[in-house]
Design a protein around this ligand. Structure first.
Ligand SMILES: C[S@@+](CC[C@H](N)C(=O)[O-])C[C@H]1O[C@@H](n2cnc3c(N)ncnc32)[C@H](O)[C@@H]1O
Length: 306
């Protein structure tokens, strides 16, 4: 675990936030926070010191400038400094507040008290350095889609006592485990959660404990679809995959291999202009696009095998 972190501070026009988040994620940032500053937004992002040097940061500054100019907005202002681990942990936590998502979920930071009275399904989270606090549009689209998919189940599916046909789900690119936990709370019997970042897998394990979920119902593992193939006993009922479009397109054949004729899937992390390429790849492998949901410049494809 790194002891020193880069803290990047980017003052920008609010319309640039999503593009900046996308850039920062690709750059390897492992925690982001946002606060309003008058008519502007201040985006803060963190990454381990060893991961980039000053030249990389200068290149990032140029990309952010170009991104803004391409859409006719003023160039953001990027500053950076080194901070130690303790400061990193507290600096972004103070901005993260409980958040309602969709009709069913409430995301509650682990260090805040459990909400006293709520009818919502509470997901307690400490993402650590993993992606998945619930405040990114791509995560929200997945939680809302899961809600739609799993709320359609007859009551007997969601009551674990009387469950007749258990639903098994694969969460590919699980990050903090937020979607896996959401799926379990909605009644999925078992979720296999994989991520090729070991820190994300660690985070899913600790969030599983934080939410009192039995190890039998949420099974995190380091890796990707190759590992899933080894873990699952049969093709899964549902798949949720919030990764970037290019990665999804690459994974489609392998993902298809773990599905059956009734499998449904939720693909997110797709910029609107990339949706056609992802939809084409899915259709070529026999998937039917059921709906495309949009949030900001992101979209999420809800698909099924037949
Ligand atoms: C955008 S985050 C999604 C996290 C969480 N599922 C959410 O919805 O908030 C994408 C995650 O996918 C992981 N990832 C990227 N490429 C992957 C691949 N080929 N196989 C498995 N995980 C991958 C990243 O490490 C990251 O944790």
């Amino acid at each position: 675990m790194a002891n020193t972190w880069w803290e990047l501070q980017i003052l920008c026009e609010p319309d640039l936030e999503d593009t900046i988040f996308w850039r920062l994620e690709n750059f390897g940032c492992r925690g982001t926070a946002i606060e309003g500053k008058g008519n502007s937004s201040l985006v803060k992002a963190y990454l381990p010191e060893f991961q980039v040097d000053l030249l990389d940061l200068a290149a990032l500054s140029l990309w952010l400038r170009q991104d803004a100019l391409c859409v006719g907005l003023s160039a953001p202002n990027l500053n950076w400094q080194l901070i130690d681990e303790e400061d990193w942990a507290t600096s972004w936590k103070q901005y993260w507040q409980p958040e309602k998502i969709g009709d069913r979920f409430l995301i509650n930071p682990a260090w805040l008290p459990f909400p006293e009275s709520t009818e919502r399904l509470v997901i307690r989270l400490d993402p650590g350095v993993a992606f998945g606090t619930g405040n990114h549009a791509t995560t929200q689209l997945c939680l809302e889609s899961l809600e739609m998919r799993l709320s359609q189940l007859p009551k007997s599916f969601v009551n674990s006592e009387t469950q007749k046909e258990p639903i098994v789900i694969a969460d590919i690119g699980c990050g903090s485990g937020i979607l896996s936990i959401g799926a379990v709370l909605l009644g999925a019997e078992k979720v296999y959660a994989v991520d090729n970042d070991p820190l994300a897998v660690q985070s899913t394990f600790s969030n599983r404990a934080l939410n009192d979920i039995s190890p039998k119902r949420l099974i995190p593992a380091e890796g990707s679809v190759d590992i899933l193939k080894k873990l699952i006993e049969a093709p899964v009922d549902g798949i949720v995959c919030n990764i970037l479009a290019d990665v999804i397109i690459e994974l489609v054949p392998e993902i298809t291999a773990i599905s059956k004729p009734s499998t449904w899937a939720i693909f997110s992390g797709i910029l609107l202009e990339q949706s056609k390429a992802v939809a084409d790849a899915l259709e070529q492998h026999g998937w039917v696009i059921a709906t495309l949901w949009k949030k900001k410049e992101w979209c999420c494809l809800n698909v099924r095998r037949s």
